[in-house]
Design a protein around this ligand. Sequence first.
Ligand code: IPM
Ligand code: MN
Length: 358
Amino acid sequence: ILNKKIIVLPGDGIGPEVCEEAIKVLEAVADRFGHRFTFEKHLMGACAIDSTGSPLPEETLEACYYADAVLLGAIGDPKYDNNPAAKVRPEQGLLQLRKSLGLYANIRPVTAYDVLLDHSPLKNDRIAGADMLIFRELTGGIYFGEKGRTAAEAYDHCTYNREEITRIAHLAFQAAGNRRNKLTLVDKANVLETSRLWREVVQGIAPEYPSVAVDYLFVDNAAMQLILNPRQFDVMLTENMFGDILSDEASVIAGSLGLLPSASVGNIVSLFEPIHGSYPQAKGKGIANPIAAILSGAMMLEHFGLQAEADAVKEAVQNALRNEVLTPELNAVSPYTTEQVGSFIAYCVLEGVGSVPQ
Ligand code: IPM
Ligand code: MN
């Protein structure tokens, strides 16, 4: 029996709605398996700017430091996107949170679910069976380098050091060793100095993992291979911005951006968040897919060492997919609301519906 304190940062747009469903499902897990999870909500993002002036208030960061895990919804608001002069932005809160908590590795699983193959615009026979893990470096690169601008010019520096590459590379090799033993480093080593360092470091580490086959792809080619032949990928390792871009692309394989969860890990506390954004147009309409947030909760359970509990959530999600208890982007004919999808999955967890008989 575990006692865990989870800090929830619902954020903006659909963030609060999808977090509510993830909490509901985690509560069902606690009930069924006899754990005690407590949830404490704090402000981050545009909502935090509105009420405190800061996208990441000190007390939010403080709460995260002392949490067992953090669950995040989404952040962002169009009023900042279209205002290049905005001094403070919701995204700064997220980036500062990642940096402050040392969340250097963002793990994004991508699965082509059999029952959803027709929802992808990609051909079934290309994507069937695709199953990969993207390891995105999260606290370095162009996101965090020196930035500047004058009236006529702007720059964003991309820097990486050996230590930043080494620590995530080890995690990616270990993950590959527990899967299909294949690691693909995605870079732009034909042009970028940082990419050449990534390659050198990964080549140096590879002999420590003799069972893992390593290959190297330039990011432009990787973007093409990802939709041409996604089954070739097992673990993909890449830097911050390439990982951001390629993981959105990879969501097309799954059939909806609303399905992809992620875990951000470091040395202090881990954070779990859907890869999607705040989808402001959908806010309050009950049409946001809560599955990415719910599966982020499953990744949290795995992180706690609760594999059976995580499997119960994943089985319940599969059951929702099989029964088409899905939001409109995946079920246009008889759509369910965000709340209904969450309640169905929570019910399945509680009753063990959809789990494989022992
Ligand atoms: C993501 C998002 C963020 C990122 C934004 C909101 C700063 O796109 O988590 O993928 O670029 O990292
Ligand atoms: Mn992104």
